[in-house]
Design a protein. Sequence first.
Length: 364
Amino acid sequence: MKNVCFFNSIKFWGGGEKLNLEYANELKRKGYNIILFAAQGSPLWEYAQKAELETYPISIGNLSFLNIFKLIQIGQLFKKHEIDTVIFSNSQDVKAGSIAAHFFSVKNIVYYRSIAVLVKGSFVNKFIFGKTLTHIVANSDETKRKILEKLADSIDPAKIKTIYYGIDFTKFNSDTRLSLPEIEKNKQGIVLGNAGRLTEQKGQQYLIEIAKNLKAKNLDFTLFIAGKGELEAQLQKEIRTHQLEKHIHLLGFVEDMEAFMNSLDIFVLTSMWEGFGYVLAEAMLKSKPVVAFNMTSNPEVVLENKTGLLVDFPNLEMFTDKVSLLIQDADLRTKMGKAGKESIFKRFDLEDRVSELEHFILGE
């Protein structure tokens, strides 16, 4: 394990892309030669350039694994840069990339899977997970269960392991407040926050109903949502329809997530699934109590009634009640926030998790 390639063609910024960047930087610090293949102009590309990582453009489609010329092109890139370890983090890339790596004899072919949804037991998946991949990393036990549910007979148990995401604590050491005019101008009462791509999976549509319920209880609050996505216009329409303009504000993409978290009193996550609730961990690291659905990997991150509150999906009335409890109890917010920070420091240190990945790949 000497020349390590992170392979990610995704054009938006999410947890998998953040993992690629931070793990690449950490492995570079440990002395490995790092090469990153990314979509040119993507956030990952831009951040990698700023970090002075050796970066090359790549473009992958859903059916690229059926294109022999594309597979040869990818394989030749691995050969040219003498890649001995390649790490994938999304299903689109792993199909074409792992097949190319397999036939061009890359030694370590790693898939760091980050979504806790069922992997179908198709012939293609059995071939990829059973034959081309040398190491399968799940970012939570729930993600691992979803991989094995249909593919247990195809995967050698020795080559799959749960390794939680690591967080670079050095990037979360300031007490600065988010300097966006929208927060300073519009905040009132207790400040709630949510962050993520505005998609159906992330569940921001549920926040409209929760905000309606909180307003009906005459609670003093403001909810700020950080992120962009295809639901933005629909959410804006719902906010206007229910006259929630004073209570909900869409901020768009927020680069400084630490400052955003510092501005909150409570973090709420309404995702329908998460491979690993990275954003939950970020909120807890900044001593924020969290409320989330009790599903997929959330119970692995949030310790119920200790670092946050979990809600049966999709019980929005119960979700409202849990948020209401925190809004009205400052001591509980402080207690859970402190416990959450301690929990994250103990379990999700970036250096420890990267070392765990390193040892797994090296067979130590």
